[in-house]
Design a protein around this ligand. Sequence first.
Ligand code: FUL
Length: 486
Amino acid sequence: MIKKILQPLYYFVYPCVLLIASCSTEIKPPSPVYPIPSPEQMQWHEMEMNAFIHFTINTFTDKEWGYGDESPELFNPSELDAEQWVSVLKEAGFKGIILTTKHHDGFCLWPSEFSDHDIANSPYKGGKGDIVKEVADACKKYDLKFGIYMSPWDRNRLDYGDSTYVTYYRNQLQELFTNYGEVFEMWFDGANGGDGYYGGANEVRKIDREVYYDWPSTLALVRSIQSDVLFFSDGGPDLRWGGNEQARAGQTNWNPITTDTLHAGKSGIENLLNTGSENGESWVPLEANTSIRPGWFYHQSEDSLVKSPEKLLDIYLTSVGRGSTLLLNIPPDRRGLIHENDVAILKEWRALLDQKFSNDLAKNAVITSNSFRGNDDRFTPENLIDGDVNTYWATDDQVTSGEIILEFDSEKTIKYVQLQEYILLGQRVKAFSVEAKVGGDWEEVAAGTTIGYKRIVTVDSVETSALRVRILDSKASPVLNNLSVY
Ligand code: FUL
């Protein structure tokens, strides 16, 4: 009888009491501010630097854009060594490689079942070569991710402009995505249509960039073979072009942007691509691309024009340092090797990056903030300097600003301040400033708008015993997982 009376108490009242108790005391983590990155996009953010490889018949004709009438006989690298490419790039710090499997001239670096304009008809390895395979295998061996560029515009094809060409293009994508293992990124070039050889027609062909390729069907086809691949194009859908080829992301760089389909060459959207939009509907991060040389392909005449390590440091700051990922092109030469000059510069650049960003002064500083979420230990400012990207500092929901203070044990010379948002909960910060304590007063030494995955601001060298980072405005309560000072 007593048991019967107590039973409802046990099954109903007790859980209710527990629930109410937990609701009132437990501080919940902040809710996401949508959109947020997919798991594949998050991995891509963490890669930070990828290498582009432009290599094809242009390397042998000294051109940037082949016309499409080049004989495959011209393609004959004498010492090609994909492992040299990959090992040099890995040492420089790149995490993935994107190879031009076919550029605008239509020559294929793999023996394509659907074309004769390919490596099988070149002297390279007696027609038995397959450079897509060589690079994909080398990436596997050195643990780098492998990505594919295949130009939609094909100046060799007689049927470019007809629907049969789109079928041909899709067949080739199917070949590439079936035969070469995992592809992390597919790069769709926005350059489309114009004059060409076109199987001997030698004319100008115009296509309607927005409808001709029927991108949604093409993407669905590729996704049916490899579901995790990220598509890059002028406007996404997964990764967006940054609106310039100097790897200069916007000072304000929102990952969100509103895009209903691939823009595929739409003009006049460069500024929008460069900044994204605060209230954009989709997470489409900016990939900042440029070349280590003036051209995309190798030209002997540019051997002395390889960008300096200092220029590359600058490029790192305008790309990775503005919350985007860098895609730096390093074109192999006619031997099929990364040229000595480029190898030397990459080494010096790596050393420069290590020298600038290895001694994090924040690690040994005392860190405090004016507030943190619910005064709960899980959200303290210490999380910003614990080296763990999965722990973060956050404020209460209604608080959209905050101050974090770092106190050093002695005067330090500061050059860079690095901030990171915990973007798995969305991009939030709209404005921040950095101040240094000089002669007892706080002086502003840097300021910025967005942070995103990573933001590095350069400070006019200042000697100080304390730094204050002020989050001035944010879409919602700020959530940061890293603060580093160099
Ligand atoms: C452009 C192309 O026209 C260039 O040749 C190069 O491939 C660059 C990365 O994209 O649109």
